[in-house]
Design a protein around this ligand. Structure first.
Ligand SMILES: [Zn+2]
Ligand SMILES: [Zn+2]
Length: 579
């Protein structure tokens, strides 16, 4: 449970209480509570974060959190459920909250519609408004009815999008559930989640089983599911608690590969592929690959996606590239980029420890990295300017080197490299003196403050840092946080060109809230020939797994193995960083 999920839950309570007609004071208390939880660190396990506060019973120390909210959040975090909300939800139809998405419909009006006209969702609302039954309600009138009809499309069309880390987490839970069902032979995540798109409008799963029902039942009854939207013989669509839609298709095993391919998309990629297939007298669909002329018998057997691309005379296009950015043309010429993959990664770059704002000791981080097969790890705690993150000054850094050497000797079999995530100060200088910088193996330079400088000032600030001879890696370059904080204003291509010229490695930061550079900017970096670090920005042992997000994003950004600095031995890594 993240602080953001807690905040969402409290907001839902506040809205339902409004519909119920509870007093304004009570309603407001839940809103203030929700605001308070949004100020906590996004990672629930962070020091001073959600988990620690629940454990120590210190939630009420936060502004806006009283005893009642503290008790509810504690129940929610420790059990995953909140009986108060479950009971409250039962008092209203499932679509009650959606009604309030229609401009001009507040909780009071929503309550009247539910009570007087039995309206349970947006479809009901549209119907009664068309039938002219809304205007007669007390406090509504013809104008309100028209406003509702005008606004309803907008409310329906506003597609919920979610960041990849949330969609992926839920998709993996659903996948795990259906994979356990007897009779399920194959099951995969499809759609934009499989393509590592950074936000997703829905979740798609494809399953091969001779008997669809048990898999669909397991899917429809998952705890994440709020309501079943539609259920046919082989397809089930549900709405999840957080508003996203998830679709499950169950197909015979012989159709699995083409169905998976079909539901992975993207649309643009498929349009082009279908054209190619037509030229070869074939037609592609979710059901298989068939000759256009039925007289020429059945199509080739497609066991996996490689068979499909082979039948079209081309290389297999990895899911992350299926966006019609030129991949089809290259695949026809057998010239797709040799993409980085998880197994190529030999070292974890960009790791924090309890020396700054990480929550594991250096030794724990190193053991965790070794357990994941790493040959090296770079410890890069924050520098002094990041005082909110417990950044280190020169003396502490020197002392940290002793511990690094001790841990390296003690754990054995893994190199532990000295580093720092150095703040780029407002004037573009680095936050540590030269005598420290020259003794570090790895210097990651990042902006953590003053995101709002104008484009020219920000560009000059970063340029100065990139031109600093000690700068090796450009950390989370744009500073964005997906759906939360936009990129800083700066002239990115110009800066990418500077990085390429100065030999600075650009980061593909795998912290799932960042994914920075994005795939689009990584493609630009590739054009300029930049080196790339697939970094984890890990603040705990568990976050070493961020490597999957980093590699997925790097692949989507067309990043080749040979350009990735940590896809090699520690010696080669250090050499390539300095090249
Ligand atoms: Zn950072
Ligand atoms: Zn960091």
């Amino acid at each position: 449970m993240t602080p953001r999920e807690v905040a969402q839950t409290l907001r839902e309570i506040s809205q339902l209480l409004q519909i119920k007609g509870e007093n304004a004071f009570k309603v407001r208390a839940y809103e203030l509570g929700a605001d308070a939880f949004e100020t906590l660190p996004a990672d629930p396990a962070a020091p001073g974060g959600l988990n620690e506060r629940v454990k120590k019973g210190t939630l009420t120390e936060m502004d806006g959190v009283g005893k009642a909210i503290s008790e509810k959040v504690t129940e929610l975090v420790t059990t995953g459920h909140l009986r108060f909300l479950d009971d409250l939800r039962k008092e209203f139809p499932l679509g009650a909250l959606d009604l309030m998405r229609v401009p001009g419909l507040g909780p009071r009006k929503a309550a009247v519609l539910i009570r007087e006209l039995d309206v349970a969702n947006l479809d009901d609302l549209e119907r009664v408004a068309r039938e002219g039954r809304v205007r007669g309600l007390k406090g509504f009138g013809e104008r309100t009815e028209k406003l509702i009809l005008d606004g309803i499309g907008q409310a329906k069309a506003r597609q919920t999008r979610q960041p990849l880390y949330e969609s992926r987490r839920i998709a993996e839970k659903l996948l795990e559930r259906v994979r356990k069902v007897p009779g399920v032979l194959r099951a995969e995540i499809a759609g934009s989640v499989r393509r590592y798109a950074e936000t997703n409008g829905d979740i798609d799963l494809v399953v091969a089983s001779p008997t669809p029902d048990p898999a669909m039942e397991a899917f429809a009854t998952s705890v994440e599911v709020m309501e079943v939207i539609a259920r046919g013989p082989t397809k089930c669509s549900v709405r999840l608690r957080d508003g996203l839609q998830a679709d499950l298709r169950v197909v015979p095993e012989a159709q699995f590969a083409t169905a998976l391919h079909h539901f992975t998309g993207s649309k643009q990629h498929h349009v082009k592929l279908r054209g190619l297939a037509r030229d070869r007298g074939l037609s592609i669909s979710e059901y298989g690959l068939a000759p256009l002329d039925p007289a020429s018998g059945p199509g080739p057997e497609i066991r996996d996606e490689a068979d499909l691309y082979r039948a079209l005379g081309m290389q297999t296009v990895p899911p992350e590239l299926r966006e019609d950015h030129g991949e089809i043309e290259l695949a026809k010429d057998n010239a797709l980029p040799d993409l980085i993959s998880r197994d190529d990664i030999q070292g974890f770059v960009h790791c924090h420890s309890t020396w700054s704002d990480g929550k594991a000791s250096i030794e724990d981080m190193v053991r965790g990295a070794k357990a994941l097969g790493a040959k090296f790890i770079t410890m890069t705690d924050h520098s002094q300017a990041a005082h909110y993150a417990g950044g280190l000054g020169p003396d502490q850094i020197r002392r940290q080197w002793d511990e690094i050497a001790e841990v390296e000797a003690k754990v054995g079999g893994i190199r532990v490299l000295r580093g720092s995530e150095v703040d780029i100060l407002e004037d573009g200088s680095l936050d540590l003196p030269e005598e420290i910088l020259e003794n570090l193996d790895v210097v990651i330079c990042s902006v953590h403050q003053r995101f709002k400088l104008d484009e020219t000032k920000q560009t000059e600030r970063i340029r100065r840092a990139l031109e600093n001879p000690f700068c090796r890696i450009w950390g989370h370059p744009t500073g964005r946080q997906i759906l939360d904080r936009p990129e800083m204003p700066a002239r990115w291509e110009e800066l990418i060109a500077v990085a390429a010229e100065k030999g600075v490695t650009v980061e593909c930061n795998g912290s799932p809230r960042r994914l920075d550079f994005s795939a689009d900017l990584l493609r630009l970096a590739r054009k300029h020939g930049c080196k790339v670090s697939c970094s984890v920005d890990a603040h705990s042992v568990g976050e070493l797994e961020n490597i999957h997000f980093s590699v997925g994003t790097a692949r989507r950004g067309w990043t080749e193995r040979r350009r990735v600095v940590n896809a090699r031995s520690p010696e080669e890594f250090l050499e390539m960083l300095r090249a």
